[in-house]
Design a protein around this ligand. Structure first.
Ligand SMILES: NC(=O)c1ccc[n+]([C@@H]2O[C@H](COP(=O)([O-])OP(=O)(O)OC[C@H]3O[C@@H](n4cnc5c(N)ncnc54)[C@H](OP(=O)(O)O)[C@@H]3O)[C@@H](O)[C@H]2O)c1
Length: 223
């Protein structure tokens, strides 16, 4: 068994998550509140190491009325344990799991020891990259039933490719960032053809701030 996963992003009309200089100010006040309502509702929030290194997010519930016990578990997918020990995602505001790969080096062993000293749990699965399905299975065994996947584009691809996403919620801002190298909602290698791509069913949509929110159910990808 694996947890139910909601993928949420704020993106521009051209599907960008940030500009080429990593300016990711896309959402307005109401959209940020919407995201924090979802955070409050889920058991865990998941991001890739790229997002931690670029944005240093806290991944807590702080834009709406909430108490510390509303903070979900934080999961960072990080094959090579690049997470800085002073990253905000490792602070005491909530529990954190680092999902990494199985190969071990002296350096990695030392980092795991330091992380454990800080109360951070480390899960290992996969060799080159984190085996996301195995991690989902481990996380489910820890009692985590619902996860909010908050990006970025590379991890979103990994999760779509493995068919691990159940629901999509996107805020689309009326902006165009452009840039072939700026991060998009789903990056990675991409599907080769329409047959194998992820199919979605539109369930709901509504205007918010100066943009629009779209909510989809994932029908699946057929590989
Ligand atoms: N607008 C929004 O809603 C929003 C939300 C989040 C992020 N962002 C933006 O997105 C950008 C960061 O995205 P990103 O693509 O650079 O990084 P990312 O998706 O946050 O992290 C990707 C990294 O995760 C690691 N990883 C390990 N196993 C993986 C697997 N099986 N599949 C996929 N990834 C795996 C890889 O690094 P290792 O090989 O080192 O492990 C990979 O490079 C930033 O610009 C940020 O501002 C925007």
């Amino acid at each position: 068994m694996i947890p139910y996963v909601i993928s949420n992003v704020g993106m521009t009309l051209d599907g960008k998550l940030a500009t080429i200089e990593n300016d990711s100010r896309i959402s307005g006040e109401n959209d940020l509140k919407r995201v924090h309502e979802i955070r409050k509702d889920v058991d865990a929030i998941m991001v890739g190491i790229g997002t931690v290194l670029k944005d240093d997010p806290r991944l807590t519930v702080h834009k709406i009325n909430a108490s510390p016990k509303d903070n979900p578990l934080r999961i960072v997918v990080d094959s090579n344990l690049k997470v800085p020990l002073n990253a905000r995602v490792l602070n005491k505001d909530a529990k954190t799991v680092i999902a990494t790969t199985t190969p071990i080096s002296d350096e990695k062993e030392e980092k795991i020891r330091k992380l454990k000293e800080m109360g951070i749990m480390v899960l290992q699965a996969g060799v080159q990259k984190v085996d996301l399905r195995k991690i989902m299975n481990e996380i489910y065994k820890m009692g985590i039933n619902k996860i909010l996947l908050e990006g970025g584009g590379t991890l979103n691809w990994g999760m779509f490719k493995e068919n691990l996403i159940n629901e999509v919620r996107v805020y689309i801002a009326p902006k165009v960032f452009g840039g072939a190298n700026s991060p998009t909602y789903v990056d990675g290698k991409g599907f080769k053809n329409v047959e194998e791509c992820t199919k979605l069913e539109l369930k709901n949509y509504y205007p918010l701030d100066d943009g629009i929110v779209l909510e989809y159910r994932v029908i699946g990808s057929f590989k």
